[in-house]
Ligand binder design. Structure first.
Ligand SMILES: C[S@@+](CC[C@H](N)C(=O)[O-])C[C@H]1O[C@@H](n2cnc3c(N)ncnc32)[C@H](O)[C@@H]1O
Length: 271
């Protein structure tokens, strides 16, 4: 598939596959299903920053977060493949996933999603470990003070760094807006900052602003086009806007679209 002129293609209109909830000059939020390949046509995006549902039984309104593991992997394969097709050859995918899953069976989620991503074409670059300071407190120890069946839990999440065809960026504005301190700190692959309060944002699994901010500033140029296919409360869009990137968000659920649109209106103004 040839690379299309994305400047002419930023879709700011609803169509059969997506309903527009918010747009300004640089940002668009759609209610849409990222499992549907027809949501976009052609290769559009420079950077994808996202966190999919973790399949840990979170009460999202519109998607089942308690699939059996095989179905969860099939779901992951489908959206990873779609994002691959919607990305430019130099695109990067910054993918926040759990390291593992310990409830209802032990699964190496991070490793399995890394493998799936590579099977659909993404190339592996590296992994950032997010040391989430305020992750919920331990309650299950397994066999307390006994070797019979202790539980080991790492209070971290992963941010997988993947890319499409070529790691080196030759296209785009070539303008980086990262400071020396930010570059030196963020290229160390252990990132330490707190998670965001669900209550404060009104979404069950919001990004802390710091996560998309770092991904956007470290891995994209000013004016690049960013996608968050699971945009929830719209945190990636907010950070894209604040950091002079263009961005499109997809979200399945109407209530979360309303919430994200409200956050964007507060930050940017009415459209
Ligand atoms: C982990 S949350 C992302 C939260 C987001 N990073 C934020 O800052 O608020 C995952 C989101 O994906 C949405 N979702 C689930 N399945 C989807 C699908 N097939 N297409 C689009 N969005 C989906 C859920 O409704 C939920 O809001």
């Amino acid at each position: 598939m040839s690379v299309v002129q994305r400047e002419n293609l930023i879709p700011f209109q609803s169509d059969a596959h997506k309903k527009l909830w918010f747009h300004d000059k640089n940002i668009a939020l759609f209610q849409a299903d990222c499992l549907n390949r027809e949501t976009f046509e052609g290769e559009l995006f420079d950077l994808i920053v996202t966190s999919p549902p973790y399949n840990v039984g979170i009460a999202y309104h519109s998607n089942n977060d308690e699939l059996n593991y095989e179905s969860y992997l099939a779901f992951s394969r489908q959206w990873l493949r779609n994002c691959y097709h919607w990305s430019l050859p130099e695109a990067r995918l910054l993918l926040n996933v759990p390291l593992d899953k310990n409830k209802g069976g032990h699964h190496s989620v991070g490793a399995d999603i890394t493998t799936l991503a590579q099977q659909v074409g993404w190339r592996y670059h590296s992994t950032i470990v997010w040391n989430e300071g305020n992750i919920s407190r331990r309650t299950a120890w397994g066999s307390w003070l006994s070797a019979s069946a202790p539980h080991v839990i790492a209070p971290v999440e992963l941010i997988l760094v993947l890319y499409k065809d070529s790691w080196k960026k030759l296209r785009g504005s070539k303008i980086s807006d990262i400071s020396k301190d930010e570059f030196m700190t963020w290229t160390n692959g252990i990132w330490t900052f707190n998670g965001e309060s669900k209550k404060r944002i009104g979404h069950p699994a919001p990004f802390p602003r710091e996560l998309p901010r770092r991904c956007i500033k470290l891995f994209s140029y000013v004016d690049d086009l960013v996608l968050d296919p699971f945009c929830g409360s719209g945190t990636t869009l907010l950070e894209a806007q604040l950091n002079q990137r263009r961005a499109i968000g997809l979200e399945l659920d109407e209530a979360y679209c309303k919430l994200a649109a409200q956050r964007l209106v507060e930050a940017i103004g009415l459209f």
